[in-house]
Design a protein around this ligand. Structure first.
Ligand SMILES: CC1=C(CCC(=O)O)c2cc3nc(cc4[nH]c(cc5[nH]c(cc1n2)c(C)c5CCC(=O)O)c(CCC(=O)O)c4C)C(CCC(=O)O)=C3C
Ligand SMILES: [Fe+2]
Length: 396
């Protein structure tokens, strides 16, 4: 079909059609080349509509962001995260300080370990015999090593649980790329066993247990405010800001990151504080000032609320699944300080973490995928969905 003939409102139109002459070139990629097509399309794996075959050796791979384990790790970790991304040096040094404030240790690793332990217990209680592996994008244990371990253990198929519930390059596409990178690394080792096929679990921003975990936390945070301020407090949902250019191409029709966040925050408020309004704002912006990112920033938003005569806020970071550094620094430190300066009463809701309802939902998500059927977004991402032109990160 002639793409130029299609109207902008045709929602079936792929937002990122494959370029002419695109080819599949998985191995031997150079660091600054574009990622291969295999990388762009579901990590090179076609999601299945058939149920998981009986007797196949399946596993779960928890695929995390990674974080430093000590002061010496901080800079190499930050370089892994930002290589080729055009993040100013001053920003890196400022973020390094945030990590050094906590002894150079990100809480994210401990949190992922706790999630894995909870998921293992949940699977065992349900009588589901699935080993759980752990690998990260940016720091040890790396996804490449987890893949090698699965291969050595004879795992034939991996269900990939990314520690992000949403669309976007950073939250979805890049996790597909991590899987592809790990598969390419294994394939390029001639002595290695074949290794598993894989499929990523879908976005889970609207999974009932994720919503309930966030709603319970919002209710708890409201209860922390002085009683006379609770009913009038502004409810403020936050998520990581991303470049506008990334938001434009998130999901098959674009803007899925904002849409999914809006939906998740609405479901959380419906459950915890029905009938109340809320604002969705952004945190943790980086990148040069010349590049537009999603706005308003949470601190600017708090200023605007105070100018409007608001007296109290509850911030709920629905965009994240654990209380990692971006939450405890950017909210518990920076946003809280902003609120104090403005005389706004402030409470921050916990993230889903290992809330039992959240863990149960993850188990259900797995069961649903293993039952087959039409794969949902996040599992079955069209080629180029969420794809932004940027250099591939070299293998670890
Ligand atoms: C959407 C999104 C999520 C949520 C989805 C998900 O969870 O995956 C997320 C999570 C996280 N981001 C994290 C840390 C960092 N993110 C950075 C940089 C960036 N994040 C971006 C986006 C996101 N990030 C973007 C567009 C950049 C610019 C560079 C680029 O274009 O890729 C930088 C570099 C310094 C800086 O620029 O601030 C750091 C250190 C940590 C670990 C915290 C810990 O250690 O506890 C976590 C969970
Ligand atoms: Fe980030």
């Amino acid at each position: 079909m002639d793409m130029a003939m299609q109207s902008a409102s045709d929602l079936s139109r792929p937002a990122h059609p494959m370029p002419e002459g695109a080819s599949i070139t998985p191995a031997g990629q150079q660091p600054n080349e574009e990622p291969s097509l295999a990388v762009r399309n579901n990590g090179g794996v076609a999601p299945s509509t058939a149920p998981a075959p009986a007797g196949r050796r399946d596993a779960v791979l928890v695929l995390g962001f990674g974080g430093p384990e000590g002061p010496a790790d901080v800079m190499p970790f930050l370089e892994n995260v930002t290589r080729g991304r055009g993040i100013p040096r001053e920003r890196l040094e400022a973020v390094a300080e945030h990590y050094h404030h906590f002894g150079g240790v990100s809480p994210i690793n401990e949190q992922n370990e706790a999630l894995i332990a909870a998921l293992e217990a949940e699977l065992e209680t349900a009588g589901i015999d699935l080993p759980v592996y752990w690998g990260n994008r940016n720091w040890a244990p790396y996804v490449e090593d987890a893949w090698r371990q699965m291969a050595d253990d004879g795992i034939e198929h991996a269900y990939v649980l990314a520690t992000s519930a949403y669309a976007s390059f950073s939250g979805c596409r890049q996790y597909h790329e991590d899987v592809a990178r790990a598969r390419v690394a294994l394939e390029s080792d001639p002595g290695a066993p074949a290794g598993p096929t894989a499929e990523k679990l879908p976005h889970y921003f609207d999974a009932p247990g994720f919503v309930q975990a966030n709603a319970d936390a919002l209710a708890v945070a409201l209860g922390q405010l002085p009683a006379e301020l609770r009913d009038g407090a502004r409810l403020v949902a936050t998520a990581h800001s991303i470049p506008n250019a990334m938001a434009d191409v998130a999901g098959p029709q674009g803007h899925a990151y904002e849409a999914e966040l809006q939906r998740a925050a609405q479901l959380v408020v419906d459950a915890a504080a029905p009938g109340r309004s809320f604002d969705l704002v952004w945190q943790s912006r980086s990148g040069p000032p010349s590049v537009p990112w999603l706005e308003p920033d949470v601190n600017d938003h708090l200023r605007a609320l105070a100018e409007n005569g608001e007296q109290a806020v509850v911030v709920f970071p629905v965009g994240f699944i654990s209380d990692h550094l971006e939450v405890i620094w950017d909210l518990d430190n920076e946003a809280k300080e902003t609120a104090e300066e403005l005389g706004l009463a402030f409470a921050r809701a916990a993230t889903a973490g290992t809330h039992a309802a959240f863990v149960r939902s993850l188990r259900e998500l797995l069961a649903e995928r293993r039952a087959g059927g039409e794969p949902r977004l996040g599992t079955n991402c069209p080629a180029f969905c969420c794809f932004v032109q940027r250099p591939a990160r070299p293998a670890a």
